[in-house]
Write a protein that binds this ligand. Structure first.
Ligand code: ATP
Ligand code: MG
Length: 308
């Protein structure tokens, strides 16, 4: 298992910045009751420049907004950052039912007394957590208004009927948002102004090869080239508007390659992991054609893995 120090060195992060991160970890020990929220992700984020920007901004007390297309590693980066700073992580996702009460907390009766059952933003404030505001652009006004005071210099939560709560000095919030989707909601200006924004670049060949090799150390070079090429072909088509971004699904690609281990022929695995996720027959045809040019139908497990 890799240590934070080793990871930052491997990613060639500036030494002074690394030293300040290590210092931060020492300065803010984690409360025993939330220790189980400090976890090392099973896959760490790969990408020096993005990592360096994110670390520098968080170090200076800023909140981060990660914007980018699907599968650009936004959530992986959030998890990696919480681990690097040694903070408990809180997932706070925004959907139609997320309102101010679900963020801060709700009144409940305990032994005939009203008590606040603390929501994730409250806990994050209390324990110096890293709160991941997932798909923050989907936040309704009621939820967004809670975030205003939390995210700016006031660094506090107003709980109606309770006193104001100041944020622990180690608390940070990291928002994520997708763009490039039909139906993407813009984030309102007042919220955007409270973040430093990182634009996540699309996966390129080098990163893709590195990632697939990490997941599958025994993948054959030829297969690696074809699977990475397949993904990049789809990416080009999606960016040119020929297909939607639905099929740009790295999780699906990884799942497909994994199924080949159980002897499913690679082309069928790609169908299940990627092609069939498109429910538009024209789009599906395009994706299947791309797959056929990259992954020969006659391929078997032996074409993909060394010990096939
Ligand atoms: N730079 C990267 N370093 C490590 N893993 C990456 C990177 N980019 C993408 N991935 C991989 O891509 C997959 C999707 O990553 P993640 O869930 O973080 O993306 P996302 O941007 O949050 O996507 P979505 O918009 O679908 O929520 C994961 O399996 C992750 O390992
Ligand atoms: Mg995500």
């Amino acid at each position: 298992m890799i240590t934070v120090d080793e990871y930052l060195k491997e990613q060639e992060i500036d030494e002074e910045l690394t030293a300040s991160v290590i210092e931060f970890r020492k300065e803010y020990p984690v409360d025993a009751c939330v220790k189980d929220r400090v976890v090392m992700p099973d896959m760490l984020f790969y990408g020096k420049d993005i990592l360096q920007m994110a670390l520098a901004a968080l170090m200076q007390g800023e909140n981060l907004l990660l914007s980018g297309a699907k599968a650009t590693g936004k959530n992986i980066l959030c998890e990696t950052l919480a681990w690097v700073f040694g903070r408990p992580a809180y997932d706070i996702s925004f959907h139609v039912n997320t309102d101010s009460a679900s963020l801060i907390g709700t009144d409940t009766f305990v032994n005939n007394e009203v008590q606040l059952r603390k929501g994730p933003v409250y806990q994050c404030a209390q324990y110096g957590g890293f709160g991941v505001l997932d798909e923050i652009n989907m936040a309704k006004n009621d939820a967004a208004s809670v975030l205003h005071a939390v995210l700016d210099h006031r660094r506090r939560i107003d709980v109606p009927g309770y006193s104001k709560i100041a944020l622990h000095p180690a608390t940070r919030f990291i928002g994520t948002m997708n763009y490039g989707y039909a139906g993407t909601k813009e984030l309102n200006e007042a919220l955007v102004s409270r973040f430093m924004v990182v634009d996540m670049p699309p996966l390129d060949e080098e990163i893709l090869r590195f990632l697939l090799r990490k997941y599958f150390p025994d993948i054959k070079e030829k297969a690696l080239e074809q699977f990475a090429g397949f993904f990049l072909d789809l990416q080009t088509k999606a960016y040119n508007g020929e297909i939607s971004t639905k099929s740009l699904d790295l999780r699906g690609l990884v799942a497909a390659i994994r199924t080949v281990k159980s002897k499913l022929p690679p082309f069928f695995a790609i169908r299940m992991g990627i092609v069939n996720k498109s429910f538009d027959i024209f789009e599906k045809e395009i994706i299947e054609d791309v797959a056929l040019t990259r992954i020969p139908e006659e391929w078997t497990r032996a074409d993909v893995f060394e010990r096939g």
